[in-house]
Design a binder for this molecule. Structure first.
Ligand SMILES: Nc1ncnc2c1ncn2[C@@H]1O[C@H](COP(=O)(O)OP(=O)(O)OP(=O)(O)O)[C@@H](O)[C@H]1O
Ligand SMILES: [Mg+2]
Length: 246
């Protein structure tokens, strides 16, 4: 089991009401799951509960480890692309340096990257179509290019679990497809588990095995995507909209 959450609630500091509550979720290794739900539903909170960035109540077991005790280890084995990242335009880091940061946990602090580390970094950038940006300062790249650099960083980690929070928000349709393909290949070839948050339902990877719908901090539907789209809970969350999957 890649993820096991039992009766999990997460409350932000200083808040009375939990942002997510009574969450029960089991994810098998190699599942590719779309996490959907309207703004404020608790999608980001769920991801940061899973990787132990937020403290929660209940059982949070990820990659067989209790996140409360082994959060650092879980994060070392998890590729996380946060929803909002700010890159100062005068940052001195080059795109390839940012991608290499994904490998620091493997290389060890203060050790120089090996030839293989650079190979992994360049291969991932190649796959995402950003190899030609490797030597550009990351602050000077476009929003979509920066998003690809962040995705590359997560993939360069060679993670067992991917947590992607709105990774498609700045990507054009073709790039989106490339990223979906890469995630699905990692699932097929290496049983990588992935949770992909998106509130744009047309951006849902078509390779998704399962959709989890959050609304008001609770999981209100969980199952095959088509089944979730037809559910009462889906109508309650989104009203009557038509979902057009690519
Ligand atoms: N740092 C914070 N402190 C207090 N409350 C927070 C904090 N971050 C989020 N919340 C609250 O927790 C709830 C869930 O927020 P969350 O960011 O998880 O939603 P989301 O589903 O990711 O939304 P979006 O689609 O807008 O990204 C919201 O009610 C939000 O106001
Ligand atoms: Mg969010």
């Amino acid at each position: 089991m890649a993820i096991r959450l039992e009766d999990v609630s997460t409350t932000y500091e200083g808040e009375k009401r939990p942002a997510i509550r009574d969450i029960n979720l089991k994810v098998r290794s190699g599942e590719l799951i779309a996490v959907i739900g309207p703004n404020g539903a608790g999608k980001t909170t769920l991801l940061e509960t899973i990787n132990g960035l937020l403290r929660s109540e209940g059982l949070v077991e990820v990659l067989g480890l209790d996140v409360r005790k082994y959060g650092r280890e879980v994060r070392r084995r998890t590729g996380y692309v946060p929803q909002d990242f700010m890159v100062p335009s005068d940052t001195p880091f080059l795109a390839k340096d940012i991608v290499m940061m994904g490998r620091v946990g493997r290389i060890g602090l203060l050790k120089p990257p090996s030839k293989r580390d650079w190979e992994v970094v360049m291969a991932v950038m190649e796959q995402l179509g950003i190899a030609d940006l490797a030597d550009r300062p990351v602050g000077k790249l476009s929003g979509g290019q920066q998003q690809k650099v962040m995705i590359a960083r997560a993939l360069a980690k060679e993670p067992e679990l991917l947590l992607l929070d709105e990774p498609f928000s700045s990507l054009d349709a073709r790039s989106r497809e490339t990223v979906c393909r890469l995630i699905a290949d990692l699932r097929d070839d290496r049983s990588v588990t992935a949770l992909v948050v998106t509130h744009d339902l047309s951006a849902m990877p078509e390779e998704c095995d399962r959709a989890v719908l959050l609304n008001g901090g609770r999981i209100t539907a969980d199952g095959e995507p088509e089944e979730v789209f037809r559910s009462e809970a889906f109508l309650r969350a989104y009203g009557h909209i038509k979902v057009v999957r690519p």
